[in-house]
Design a protein around this ligand. Structure first.
Ligand SMILES: CC(C)(COP(=O)(O)OP(=O)(O)OC[C@H]1O[C@@H](n2cnc3c(N)ncnc32)[C@H](O)[C@@H]1OP(=O)(O)O)[C@@H](O)C(=O)NCCC(=O)NCCS
Length: 156
């Protein structure tokens, strides 16, 4: 089941974050901000039998959407959980009329890059020293189509 993240999920999510992003884990206040204050954010967890196995955070700012965070518990990886979370994110972004979904990924993060390529993301740019440890990022984007063009309301 994928559902909105709540404060009770924080210990599990913070543990995963530290394990999976050891050089730059999001601190607790970042998750709290995303949950309660950021009006553009949707932060969800994937839960099975009471175990939090993954989380995803995306932002929708008008026509543009961005995946800000996605991770899956190590022993639960390679079982399609990230795929389910991305499907949900894309569905939501399309419903909201977004034109583009983007994200940044470490250039050496092959599993994540494969995941995004499989989902139709293409590499748009290389961001130099994007991460605190100096690693570059790929900016990857996926076209979503946006709202259908309505010729009745268009201006010439
Ligand atoms: C990247 C990550 C989220 C993938 O999660 P996952 O649940 O294991 O991924 P899925 O099982 O849904 O895999 C979907 C597709 O992603 C790709 N993929 C996932 N893991 C992979 C791996 N280890 N090697 C190669 N491709 C991989 C494959 O294309 C896979 O499709 P397939 O099973 O048909 O081959 C997970 O490895 C993770 O949490 N990594 C650490 C955190 C991270 O790097 N997050 C991304 C930051 S940008």
């Amino acid at each position: 089941m994928i559902r909105k993240m709540c404060e009770a999920d924080l210990p599990a999510v913070l543990e995963m974050e530290k394990d999976l992003f050891p050089s730059s884990p999001w601190p607790e206040h970042e998750f709290l901000y995303e949950m309660h204050e950021n009006p553009f954010s949707t932060l969800c967890v994937e839960e099975e039998n009471g175990v939090i196995r993954g989380y995803i955070d995306w932002w929708i700012t008008y026509e543009q959407a961005q995946i800000a965070n996605i991770a899956v518990l190590r022993p639960a990886q390679k079982q399609g959980i990230a795929q389910k979370m991305i499907d949900l994110c894309v569905e939501n972004c399309v419903r909201e009329g977004c034109e583009i979904l983007s994200l940044e990924v470490r250039i050496n993060n092959d599993p994540a890059i494969r995941l995004y390529e499989k989902n139709g993301f293409i590499t748009a740019a290389r961001r130099k020293a994007y991460y605190e440890d100096g690693t570059d990022a790929w900016l990857m984007i996926k076209p979503l189509g946006g709202l259908e063009y309505d010729s009745n309301t268009a201006c010439d």
